[in-house]
Design a binder for this molecule. Structure first.
Ligand code: CAA
Length: 379
């Protein structure tokens, strides 16, 4: 077993760390307060190759492994989880799914631009009445011969307004239940497609989360990903990999909060000595660091299994389950170590604590991860 990163992986990690400190940190508090999407920063992330990291270079991607991707996700998430969820959705849910299952024409038309970040994508599964219960979709894609007629509403869509390309999971044959579902590529600007209200969120407030409405949108058959009825399997297999990205995001939020807490504990004095000289604080730091290391091992194991084309479903669900849990614990303790300073925006940890919560909800709640893990254990 080798715990060393390659030179290339170290370089990716360093580039992501530098970018996060130099380009994302300035203004992150204002973007959070005003709910401003980091459009300029995402464009630069595209220029640096962070938006299509694992895509084959022949489709303009970085051709990197999943370990490089999770290293970059961790560094970006330490500073700005709103930017990292945009990155994660574009890389794991949109580019990966298109590269794996899309037609050559779809890759030429969409993937090549998505991989450079010149446009960004959105993954549209959740609905007002279908979140965890993803087979109960009410969005209908009626077969009309050479096209589908798309009608329905999607909710809580990351990159909802900033995306140009949307992968929409919709039901075409309700009698067939999940085997009647299709994954369709919808472009912004198609007649009948409107972007709904922006959500006013607890955390990741710079991320652009919207509802989407489809009213008689004509989607050409050429925009279906895979065979007729493949849409649910497409969504599930894509989410399996997406969960590694969100686990890395949770890990980054936790390690970002830990780094701030450690720095503060080494600078701030109370009762005549530094905070880090008090055993109460030492014990907190020890527990936080141990949880972060354990989460990183799970995230890297899932990434490793994916890179080596082994079954990573259970490992990805375990990584997301655990990393999102410790992100709650670690960010809460980071606020506690900062005391009153931790409760104000200037010190960043309150934002990280708010950002952490979503990692237990999106791309499969904590409860769904337990379901996935238990099904894998007993199958
Ligand atoms: N990988 C591959 N295939 C899977 C799978 C997995 N993890 N889980 C289920 N499937 C397949 C099954 O094999 C089955 O296919 P077959 O009939 O061909 O064998 C089919 O899917 C249906 O499976 P089930 O009968 O088990 O369906 P279910 O309704 O009992 O449970 C579920 C399915 C696992 C609960 C699923 O609905 C699920 O994962 N729900 C969570 C949805 C989710 O993660 N939403 C996140 C929204 S996206 C998002 O958040 C993005 C963002 O913007 C950040």
């Amino acid at each position: 077993m080798n715990f060393e990163y390659t030179e290339e992986q170290k370089a990716v990690q360093a580039a992501a760390r530098d970018f996060a400190r130099n380009e994302l940190l300035p203004g992150v508090i204002e973007r959070d307060t005003r709910q401003t999407f980091p459009a300029e920063q995402i464009r630069k992330m595209g220029d640096l190759g962070f938006m299509g990291m694992m895509v084959d270079p022949k489709y303009n991607g970085g051709g990197m492994d999943t370990i490089s991707y999770v290293l970059a996700m961790e560094e970006i998430s330490k500073i700005d989880a709103s930017a990292s969820v945009c990155m994660s959705v574009n890389n794991s849910l949109v580019c990966w799914g298109l590269e794996k299952y899309g037609s050559e024409e779809q890759k030429e038309k969409y993937l090549k631009r998505l991989a450079t970040g010149s446009i960004i994508g959105a993954f549209c599964l959740s609905e007002p009445e279908a979140g965890s219960d993803a087979t109960s979709l009410r969005t209908i894609a009626e077969d009309k011969g050479d096209h589908y007629l798309l009608n329905g509403t999607k909710n809580w869509i990351t990159n909802g307004n900033s995306a140009s390309v949307y992968i929409v999971i919709a039901q075409s044959d309700p009698e067939k239940r999940h085997k009647g579902i299709n994954a369709l590529i919808v472009e912004k600007g198609m007649p009948g497609f409107t972007v709904g209200k922006k959500e006013d969120k607890m955390g990741i407030r710079g991320s652009d989360t919207h509802s989407l409405m489809f009213s008689d949108v004509k989607v050409p058959k050429a925009n279906r990903i895979g065979e007729e009825g493949f849409g649910f399997t497409f969504a599930m297999t894509t989410l399996n990999g997406g969960r590694i990205g969100i686990a890395a995001q949770a890990l980054g939020i936790a390690s970002g909060a830990f780094e701030l807490a450690l720095k503060y504990a080494k600078e701030r004095k109370a009762f005549g000595k530094l905070l880090c000289e008090h055993q109460a604080i030492q014990f907190k730091l020890s527990e936080m660091a141990t949880k972060i290391d354990a989460a990183r091992l799970l995230v890297h194991k899932a990434a490793y299994l994916k890179d080596y084309k082994k079954d990573f479903v259970k490992a990805a669900a375990m990584a997301k389950l655990y990393a999102s849990q410790i992100a709650q614990d670690v960010t809460t303790e980071a606020v506690q170590i900062h005391g009153g300073y931790g409760y104000v925006k200037e010190f960043h940890v309150e934002r990280l604590m708010r950002d952490a919560k979503i990692t237990q909800i999106y791309e499969g709640t904590t409860e769904i991860q337990k379901l996935v893990i238990s099904r894998e254990l007993i199958k």
